[in-house]
Design a protein around this ligand. Structure first.
Ligand SMILES: O=C(O)c1cc(=O)[nH]c(=O)n1[C@@H]1O[C@H](COP(=O)(O)O)[C@@H](O)[C@H]1O
Length: 234
């Protein structure tokens, strides 16, 4: 089966609404991301229902805690049967290595583990409130290098940093890029954004796209258009 490049962020507060959308999709059109809102509302059962429908699931809970806690959470996520799970790289090397080791020991050791570098909702000004005297680009570079040295499968970053990272981080290291906005789409709370085609051209592995698709009057048509536009670059 063709591996879809788009990961749809299912950020709904209503499981039936989310499932009504998912029922119009096939696993060759997109992977699905379940994040903090839907997981908090509907839990692992909801994730299992999506897996049963044949979709690859990115469980985006962005774990960030002491190594023991994150390792156990990642093992539990892997055992749900998800395709990918994530942690915050700023949790540090010990935490990331513990998470990787725990997944390797789980019943689903092929689960991919990636680390968030700098959230795509942050610009340099916001970043400097928490990490002075750096840029988002520099911080992404440092945290991606740390993530890679810990043996993880990839990072979450904005497509703005993809070209720089690809210089010394070739595939199969994954660059998973949210903050994707088709031309003319509302940017909302995102800061470091790029269009789907531009993101793929600079080296993204997968594009995480939420509201531009899910809030559209015809979400499936928007997803089809994005997939069509990507045919030329993939
Ligand atoms: O890890 C993520 O998926 C993530 C990291 C990041 O830096 N920025 C980011 O937007 N995300 C997620 O990607 C999705 C983006 O959604 P939209 O902004 O609606 O396209 C949301 O579900 C976010 O939680």
């Amino acid at each position: 089966m063709h591996d879809p490049l788009v990961i749809i962020a299912l950020d709904y507060d209503d499981a039936n609404k989310a499932l009504a959308f998912v029922d119009k999709l096939t696993p060759s059109q997109c992977k699905l991301k379940v994040g903090k809102e839907m997981f908090t509302l509907f839990g692992p059962e909801f994730v299992k229902r999506l897996i049963e429908r044949g979709f690859d699931i990115f469980l985006d809970l962005k774990f960030h805690d002491i190594p023991n806690t994150v390792a156990k959470a990642c093992k539990a996520a892997a055992e749900l049967g998800v395709w990918m799970v994530n942690v915050h790289a700023s949790g540090g090397a010990e935490m990331m290595k513990a998470a990787k080791a725990a997944i390797a020991q789980s019943s689903h050791p092929q689960t991919k583990l990636i680390a968030v570098t700098v959230l795509t909702s942050m610009d340099d000004v916001q970043l400097n409130d928490i990490v002075p005297d750096t840029t988002a680009e520099q911080q992404v570079k440092n945290l991606a290098a740390l993530t890679r040295s810990c043996g993880l499968d990839g990072v979450v970053c904005s497509a703005k940093e993809a070209e720089m990272l690809r210089l010394d981080m070739p595939e199969p290291f994954l660059l998973v890029t949210p903050g994707i906005r088709p031309a003319g789409a509302e940017i909302g709370d995102q800061k470091r954004v790029m269009t789907p085609v531009d993101a793929m051209n600079v080296g993204a592995s997968y594009l995480v796209i939420g509201r531009p698709v899910t809030l559209a009057p015809d979400p499936v048509a928007v997803l089809d258009d994005i997939n069509q536009s990507l045919l030329a670059v993939s």
